[in-house]
Ligand binder design. Sequence first.
Ligand code: PSU
Ligand code: MN
Length: 304
Amino acid sequence: MIDLHLSEEVRAAKADQTPIVALESTIITHGMPYPQNVEVARQVEADIRDAGAVPATIAVIDGRLHIGLDEAQLEALGQAKGVAKLSRADMAACIATGGTGATTVAATMIAAQLAGIDVFATGGIGGVHKGAELSFDISADLQELSATAVTVVAAGAKAILDLPKTLEVLETLGVPVIAYGQDCFPAFWSATSDLAAPLRMDDPAAIARAHRTRRAMGLPGGQLVANPIPAEAEIAAEVLTPIIDQAQAEADAAGVSGKGVTPFLLQRIFELTEGRSLEANIALVRNNARLAARIARSLIEDAA
Ligand code: PSU
Ligand code: MN
């Protein structure tokens, strides 16, 4: 069994059965600029504590798989340049070679499962990119949701992706997609979309029960909880659509491919919205962290 490096706080939480919520680190290294990335990471951790759970931010540092980072580690990761972006394909290689890397949704799910953590909060998951019929660019996050039994709370997926195709692939892979408190699938910066969500639940306890039922049935994968952005933080689709189109056109023109696509698009959208995309991003991640903490608490309280 691989060595897991648990923070003091996570170790104590495991010992006394305090609910734990996993957090990814790619959102810190590749999803937001410094210093806001570190401020947000700390704020999200505080939100989880305020909601009665313990945060476990996950990253590989000098070949060690960390479950929970201390202040100095978080700061160093937030400032570091050229940190690897780790998914299922490369996390083990990074650990084996003593490297440092941030975990995507897929890699964070793998680490959470190894650490016995059932619930994970993030901003948006990776999905099927526009033009995937030619590029075959489909995030490994989708496959991971079908393989690893962690409930992931996200604000849907970004409109930089092809959302209908993303939902189709999730259905094919047998991943439950649960909209929280509404019928339609939320679209990250927008609370609503014209896509119906396959499932709807209005209560964290119901989401926790569905998680336990899947486990009881021996189903290997996780669940995607799609939690709409708070109304006051939304950015109108009319504002964003042309910006996303421009960012995508620039990515195509620059020949960006593979792992580089998502960070490139996020950075350009941040610049083109003059930071508004970041404000919205922060509001929705915090909202997801709070819901994840409630699900994690239900999982423990209802089992007792
Ligand atoms: N979507 C976002 N913000 C992010 C990411 C996705 O809105 O920061 C990050 C997550 O870590 C996600 C990864 O797991 O990008 C997906 O990358 P790719 O499309 O290369 O699989
Ligand atoms: Mn990709």
